[in-house]
Ligand binder design. Structure first.
Ligand code: COA
Length: 352
């Protein structure tokens, strides 16, 4: 039987660690001021989200999310023993692309040095925090049908430049960090029912679309970008808007259902699966999913404490973090479940 499999994995986070104690002193240029800029504190953030710190890119205007994706991809390629030239498809999941169009995948292709007249196919996908599992499902389908043989799936986000560093934006601002993760996927002939990528499923509920969104522009309007530097309220379209409680409840409900469906459809139990890798939006969401889906708590891997929510990057970043720490081993079976803006969700079961 032809399956897709993960050949290699890599991740990257910038060096700058921004703790909960520091974040309230940051202005919109990420400069630490003498006076607090946002009414928040370490205790509130830790208690409500589990987050202790997040990473930010240097604020020199030189790094975009395609660069974060590049660093993660280089590590994934090295891990896979695959050269960039062997990649015949790139799928880049991000909600923070370098520019509006073209998408990040073509920038990444060029930065990998594989552009030109024989350049590979490049897709950008926009499924926010579910982007990585949506990307894996696409790659899996492409590989199993023989369309592509070496697919690079990347999740990369630069959030720190589009957050509101005032009390108005504190509910969203404290949650997000910068980072990237990538996998190289390829075909594998196998008779084992639990080899490679053995399950993917994705879903969405568009009725929740505006419960977590970032406008920046509205193409239905003319002019389609409103910007008045003197009017901070109007400029709220530059920042993500979220109904936190609604997102929280929908995340728990959809992730529990998605885990149940994955186990039902594969006939696997937690005896077969080594690790549960949920999207990292809020530690309380993940603890609730573990409880309601009856997942052995010791099998759940989290990294939100260290990196905050890195949206499309959280799944490969979390696996790589715990692999470097010696917990996740090559060949371990992972069930990963995600939820994001849209609303979107999905699960995948695969060997790392
Ligand atoms: N620091 C301090 N206080 C804050 C704060 C912050 N960063 N953000 C919000 N607050 C305040 C609120 O203004 C509110 O104050 P009030 O009671 O005076 O009105 C109070 O804390 C409680 O806010 P509430 O929204 O009820 O808190 P919550 O328990 O729902 O937690 C979130 C807020 C955002 C942490 C939580 O709703 C959440 O995580 N939602 C899901 C977000 C998510 O996962 N997004 C990504 C999805 S992929």
């Amino acid at each position: 039987m032809l399956r897709s499999t993960i050949l290699g994995l890599g991740s990257y986070v910038p060096d700058r660690v921004v703790t909960n104690d520091e974040i309230r002193f940051l202005n919109d240029q990420h400069v630490k001021c003498a006076e607090p800029q946002t009414e928040t504190n370490d205790e509130w953030i830790k208690k409500r989200t589990g987050i202790e710190a997040r990473r930010y890119v240097p604020n020199d205007g030189k790094i975009g999310s395609s660069d974060l994706g590049l660093y993660a991809s280089q590590r994934a390629l090295e891990d896979a023993g695959v050269t960039a030239k062997e990649i015949d498809c790139i799928i880049f999941a991000t909600l923070s692309p370098d520019i509006h169009f073209p998408g990040n995948a073509v920038f990444l292709q060029s930065k990998l040095g594989i552009d030109g007249e024989d350049g590979c196919a490049c897709f950008d996908i926009r499924q926010q925090c579910s982007g990585f599992i949506y990307g894996m499902q696409m790659a899996d389908s492409f590989i199993k049908t023989g369309v592509y043989k070496r697919v690079l799936v990347v999740g990369g986000e630069l959030h720190s430049h589009s957050l509101d560093y005032t009390t108005r934006g504190r509910d969203v601002m404290v949650l997000f960090g910068d980072g990237a993760g990538a996998v190289v996927m390829g075909p594998k002939e196998t008779d084992s029912p639990t080899d490679g990528v053995l399950y993917t499923h994705c879903g969405a509920d568009g009725s929740g679309a505006m419960d977590l969104h970032l406008k920046v522009f509205e193409i239905a309007k003319l002019p389609y970008v409103y910007y008045d530097a003197k009017n901070r309220d109007q400029n709220s379209i530059m920042y993500p808007q979220m109904d936190g409680k609604k997102v929280f409840l929908n995340a728990v409900r959809a992730m529990v259902a998605s885990v149940g469906r994955a186990l039902r459809e594969t006939q696997l139990t937690w005896k077969d699966i080594d690790w549960f890798v949920p999207h990292q939006a809020n530690l309380r969401i993940n603890e609730a999913v573990v409880q309601y889906a009856e997942i052995p708590p010791e099998k759940a891997l989290n990294t939100i404490q260290y990196y905050g929510n890195t949206t499309a990057a959280t799944v490969p970043l979390t696996i790589d973090h715990w692999r470097k720490a010696g917990k996740v081993k090559k060949g371990d079976l992972v069930l990963s479940t995600v939820f994001g803006a849209g609303f979107t969700w999905g699960s995948a079961i695969f060997r790392v």
